[in-house]
Design a protein around this ligand. Structure first.
Ligand SMILES: C[S@@+](CC[C@H](N)C(=O)[O-])C[C@H]1O[C@@H](n2cnc3c(N)ncnc32)[C@H](O)[C@@H]1O
Length: 304
C-alpha cells in the first residue's frame, strides 16, 4: 500500500523557524571547503525551507534543483528562494523537477555536488530509502538528510497518557510500511552498507511559550494521528488538557550526512588531514548513535 500525504504551505511556513533552529550546523563543516559553482539537489523541497537555511551558509555560486511531486509547493519554493545569495554574496539560482523522487536513480542525480532533504526520510518505506541511498551514493557526492523524526518527544509537565499517545503516534507513522521513527537508523545503515561514511547529529525542536501557534498545530496533528490508530483514546480531552498545561515540548529529530567514497576522495585531495578527522569523528558519532539506538529500543519496548 502506498501512502501519499499532502503538505500545506501554511504548515510548512509555521514550522520553518523551528526547523531552521533545529538543523545541525556541525554537519556543514565538510561541505564548506568547496567553493566552485555547486549543483545542489533538494529532494522533497516543499516550499524551499532547506534552500533558505543552507544557501547563505555556504560560499560560492549555487544552482538548486528542487524536486517535489507537488507543483504548488514547487512554485512556492522558486518564489521563496528568489533573491537568495550565498554566504559570500555569490548568486543562487533554481530550477524545478516535478515528480516522484523515489523514481530517481544514480544517473538522474549525476553531476550533483550535494544532495539535500529535510523532513523526508520518515515518509518513505525501507525499499525507498534503500533506493535513495543507492542513487545518492552512485551520484558520488555528499548527502545531507535532515530532520527525520526519531519517535521521541518530551512534554513538560508530563501527563499519565503521554506514553499512550506517543506509542500510538509512532504506530501511525509506520502505517503502510512507512519507516516513521525507524528512518534515521535505516538510512544510516543503507548508506554505510554502500561504503559511505555517515555522521549523525540530533536536531530537536525545542518549543516554548513563544511558539504557541506551532505547538498548538503540532499537538493537534500528533493527537489526531494517535487517535486514528487508537480510537479508544480520548483525543479531545487530552489535547485540551495538554494545551492548557504544556510549558515546553522537545520533539526529537536526527540529521545525517553521508559521504560516499568518491566524495571522501575529493575531500582528501583538497585536504587530507580533514578527511581523517571526518573518519575518526564518524567512529565516535557511530558509537553514540548505536548507544542511542540501544537506549531508545529499551525505552520503546518499555512503552509498549
Ligand atoms: C514534510 S515535507 C518537507 C518539505 C521541506 N523539505 C521542508 O523541510 O519544509 C515533505 C515534502 O516531501 C515531498 N515528498 C514526499 N514524498 C515524495 C515523493 N515520493 N516524491 C516527491 N516528493 C515527495 C512532499 O510533497 C513534501 O513537499
Amino acid at each position: 500500500m502506498s501512502v501519499v500525504t499532502a503538505f500545506s504551505p501554511d504548515w510548512l511556513a509555521l514550522r520553518e523557524s523551528a526547523d531552521a533552529a533545529a538543523r545541525s550546523t556541525e554537519l556543514l563543516a565538510p561541505l564548506r571547503r568547496d567553493e566552485r559553482r555547486r549543483v545542489i539537489r533538494d529532494l522533497g523541497c516543499g516550499t524551499g525551507s532547506m534552500g533558505r537555511w543552507l544557501a547563505g551558509r555556504l560560499n560560492g555560486p549555487q544552482h538548486w534543483i528542487l524536486h517535489d511531486r507537488d507543483p504548488l509547493l514547487l512554485a512556492r519554493a522558486v518564489e521563496g528562494m528568489n533573491g537568495l545569495t550565498a554566504a559570500d554574496g555569490s548568486p543562487v539560482t533554481t530550477e524545478v523537477h516535478e515528480g516522484d523522487l523515489t523514481d530517481l536513480r544514480g544517473a538522474d542525480l549525476a553531476g550533483a555536488d550535494l544532495i539535500t532533504a529535510s523532513a523526508l526520510l520518515d515518509l518513505l518505506t525501507f525499499e525507498q530509502v534503500e533506493g535513495l541511498a543507492e542513487a545518492c551514493v552512485q551520484a558520488g557526492c555528499p548527502s545531507l538528510l535532515t530532520l527525520s523524526v526519531v519517535g521521541r518527544v518530551e512534554l513538560t509537565p508530563s501527563d499519565p497518557f503521554d506514553t499512550d499517545f506517543a506509542a500510538a503516534f509512532n504506530d501511525h507513522q509506520r502505517r503502510g510500511l512507512l519507516l516513521g521513527p525507524d528512518a534515521p537508523d535505516t538510512a544510516a545503515q543503507a548508506f554505510e552498507r554502500r561504503g559511505a561514511v555517515v555522521r549523525t547529529r540530533p536536531s530537536p525542536w525545542r518549543l516554548g511559550p513563544d511558539q504557541a501557534e506551532l505547538v498548538r498545530e503540532w499537538l493537534r496533528g500528533w493527537v489526531d494521528a494517535a487517535v486514528e490508530r487508537r480510537p479508544d483514546l480520548d483525543g479531545d480531552a487530552y489535547f485540551q488538557r495538554r494545551l492548557d498545561s504544556l510549558e515546553s515540548a522537545v520533539v526529537h529529530h536526527s540529521d545525517l550526512l553521508a559521504l560516499p567514497e568518491a566524495a571522501l576522495f575529493e575531500n582528501a585531495r583538497s585536504e587530507t588531514v580533514r578527511s581523517e578527522t571526518v573518519r575518526s569523528e564518524t567512529v565516535r558519532s557511530e558509537t553514540v548513535r548505536s548507544e542511542n539506538v540501544r537506549s531508545e529500543n529499551v525505552r520503546s519496548e518499555g512503552g509498549r
